[in-house]
Design a protein around this ligand. Structure first.
Ligand code: RFL
Ligand code: PHB
Length: 389
């Protein structure tokens, strides 16, 4: 079998890249190790920057997002029992759209199935070959049968644990990593959100976040120790701990119920440089991870894919290499800005087990600056709604 681009991974990065390439007439095959149901069962991101929305529109999958997504013009920060609003509209004239990653993935999967493009789910033992030359190939097994696809390019969109980054010789890769000493315990519940906008909570017991998926479905997170086990958290224990961290009006408005999903996510900052190795290109979580506090992971996947799709289309149209040669540099510029913002939001709002009194005072001062300085608010707003591509 032969195609132009093999995409490894059917997460949002792989599916969006596949859609953007197909619209420009570039043939591609997606290989995904899990089943479609498994991919759709992962509850992850919830906030889309305008740039990501524009890419989904360009891919032709924006209709439901515009119908059902919730446009948010600000967020709230709760600290010492008081809520402070960061008004994106008046500060930077922007907004974000609250629309779950599950729905983005479903829209992309449905469109791909309709287009007839090939996606192989439950592809086992995917391996990458010859990307340092002109004739790369990808091998895999499906239903016990071995397959090989010859291609021009391979896009590694297979997330943090994927095979693509691991296929690159160690010496060719520089890795930067920080693992935070805590995680987020998240609960999904079919109850209306407690506030029309997201509430980020800084509390002495730890960070909390009140988010949502729709007007009837809420997503809550609490900071927990990194080695916590989800089995040890009954719904009751979760709601009790969340209530302790919320301000009074939030507590009064909180509507609890049986969780429909509960999981713990570690917090990690990670960047692998560069993103190109011959004819292999990394995109999304395969190349970088941000802690979720800034809501940037899915959005960075969309901007990587924007650069990669553009570069590949230029190559197929005019054999123009410039976009491919510049791919790493353009992505990394935006990646490091998002890493900085996510690291700053995480440092601002979480409790760090090993902080001394000076560190604690720095955090207080940073929050005080945010409440009192329009410039500080503007900086948060500018980054949250998304820096330009
Ligand atoms: P994904 O989504 O991990 O998809 C990679 C796909 O590759 C497959 N795969 C393989 N396929 C074939 N062969 C192999 N050897 C393979 N190995 C892996 C996997 O099965 C999978 O289907 O990466 P992608 O596409 O780069 O997308 C990245 C986003 O998923 C991620 O950045 C976000 O979810 C991060 N994130 C958030 N991002 C935001 O922009 N806004 C948010 O509000 C936000 N909240 C979050 C988040 C991530 C979270 N968790 C669980 C880490 C909240 C949480 C709790
Ligand atoms: C979410 O709704 O899952 C979510 C929202 C904002 C974040 C992180 C996660 O910063």
């Amino acid at each position: 079998m032969r195609t132009q681009v093999v995409i490894v991974g059917a997460g949002p990065a792989g599916l969006l890249l596949g859609a953007l390439l197909a619209r420009e007439g570039v043939d591609n095959v997606i290989l995904e190790q899990r089943s479609a149901e498994y991919v759709l069962g992962r509850i992850r991101a919830g906030v889309l920057e305008q740039g990501a929305v524009a890419k989904l529109d360009q891919a032709g999958v924006g209709a439901r997002l515009h119908r059902e997504g919730l446009v948010h013009h600000g967020i709230e920060i709760s600290h010492r029992g008081t809520r402070h609003r960061i008004d994106f509209q008046s500060l930077v004239g922007g907004s974000v759209v609250v629309y779950g990653q599950t729905e983005v993935t479903r829209d992309l999967m449905d469109a791909r199935a309709k287009s007839g493009a090939t996606t192989v789910y439950e592809a086992e033992d995917v391996s990458l070959h010859g990307f340092d030359g002109e004739r790369p190939a990808v091998r895999y097994r499906h239903g016990g049968v071995a397959h090989e696809i010859a291609c021009d390019f391979i896009a590694g969109c297979d997330g943090y644990h994927g095979v693509s980054r691991q296929s690159v010789p160690r010496a060719a890769l520089t890795v930067h990593e920080r693992v935070d000493p805590f995680g987020w315990l998240g609960v999904l519940v079919d109850r209306p959100p407690l506030s029309p906008e997201l509430v980020y909570v800084s509390h002495e017991r730890g960070f909390a976040l009140c988010s949502m998926r729709s007007l009837t479905r809420s997503r809550y997170y609490i900071q927990c120790p990194a080695d916590e086990r989800v089995e040890d958290w009954s719904d009751e224990r979760f709601w009790t701990e969340l209530r302790r961290r919320l301000d009074e009006p939030a507590n009064a408005a909180l509507s609890t119920g049986p969780s429909i999903e509960k999981s713990i996510a570690p917090l990690r900052s990670f960047v692998a440089e560069p993103l190109r190795f011959g004819r292999l290109f990394l995109a999304g979580d395969a190349a970088h991870i941000v802690p979720p506090t800034g809501a940037k992971g899915l959005n960075l996947a969309a901007s990587d894919v924007h650069y990669l799709a553009g570069a590949l289309v230029d190559w197929y149209r005019r054999r123009d290499d410039d976009g491919l040669d510049d791919y790493s540099r353009r992505c990394l510029r935006r990646i490091w800005l998002a890493e900085r913002f996510s690291w700053w939001m995480t440092s601002l709002l979480h409790r760090f087990p090993d902080t001394d009194s000076f560190g604690a005072r720095m955090q207080e001062a940073d929050l005080e600056l945010l409440y009192s300085s329009r410039a500080s608010q503007q900086s948060l707003a500018e980054n949250y709604v998304g820096l330009p591509y």
